[in-house]
Design a protein around this ligand. Structure first.
Ligand SMILES: Nc1ncnc2c1ncn2[C@@H]1O[C@H](COP(=O)(O)OP(=O)(O)O)[C@@H](O)[C@H]1O
Ligand SMILES: [Mg+2]
Length: 238
């Protein structure tokens, strides 16, 4: 069995003729929580888009669960079991919590499986269960982020990519979101998380990668990166 769930191999990609990613390589093994950190504009979100098929790599290779998915369309990638929570906690504001979650299950045909997924999400986020009839647009930022994560879980993914899950949230909700991410890991999910809160992310993570200017800069166990003076000086404010 291939223990590497996600493998990004020397990927180059960009939005114009310029390469934003100039050779990025990342591996996430089964059950790991891996963080991708680095300064603003380093290309972290672009890596996730290139994995998800929202941006086509110009070179390199993306593998998910042993299958070469390089250049696949996003919906096909999702159907394979890779979920994505984009930056900015995007929810359908005029739809209820439950309707938002049901929308997330677009790859799941059997109604019974949708119900099971829904109950799992509600068990993980009791706050969403309490608010299942509430319009998503009327909830706080933290609740909307829970909903965005919950919606991604509705496909019953094997792995999940999270882009800046704590960004812009009140401290209490940041704590809660990080707690839930750790819980997802203990439930056996494989996670790759982009975070501006590098210290917090690395504390929770098995391993981390530091990107700079579209390239790998440092990598290692979360705790080792956290304690590395070069990383601290560059990204954690010394
Ligand atoms: N849609 C886009 N069109 C053109 N350039 C973009 C687009 N999105 C991001 N970029 C550029 O790509 C670079 C990397 O961006 P991004 O991956 O969002 O960085 P990060 O997530 O690490 O902050 C930046 O220089 C940014 O301006
Ligand atoms: Mg980003």
């Amino acid at each position: 069995m291939n223990d590497v769930v996600l493998r990004v191999c020397d990927v180059r990609a960009g939005y114009t003729e310029l390469d934003v990613l100039r050779g990025v390589s990342i591996e996430v093994r089964r059950g790991e929580l891996v963080s991708l950190i680095g300064p603003n504009g380093a290309g972290k979100s672009t890596v996730l888009k290139a994995v998800m098929g929202l941006l086509r790599p110009r070179a390199g290779r993306v593998e998910f669960d042993g299958t070469d998915i390089t250049g696949w369309r996003a919906d096909r990638v999702v159907r394979r079991g890779l979920a994505y929570v984009p930056q900015g906690r995007i929810v359908f504001p005029q739809m209820s919590v439950q309707e938002n979650l049901e929308m997330g299950a677009f790859t799941v045909d059997a109604p019974a499986r949708v119900r099971v997924a829904l109950e799992r999400v509600y068990a993980l986020f009791p706050r969403l269960a309490d608010r299942r009839r509430q319009l998503a647009g009327t909830m706080s930022g933290g609740e909307q982020q829970m909903l965005a994560i919950g919606r991604a879980l509705m496909i019953e993914p094997r792995a999940i990519l999270l882009d800046e899950p704590s960004l812009g949230l009140a401290p209490l909700f940041q704590d809660l979101i990080f707690e839930k991410i750790a819980e997802l890991r203990t439930l056996g999910l494989t996670l790759l998380m982009v975070e501006q809160n590098a210290a917090r992310a690395l504390e929770l993570s098995d391993r981390g990668y530091v990107l700079e200017l579209g390239r790998n800069r440092y990598e290692g166990p979360g705790a080792a990166l956290l304690g590395d003076p070069r990383v601290r000086a560059l990204y954690l404010g010394g």
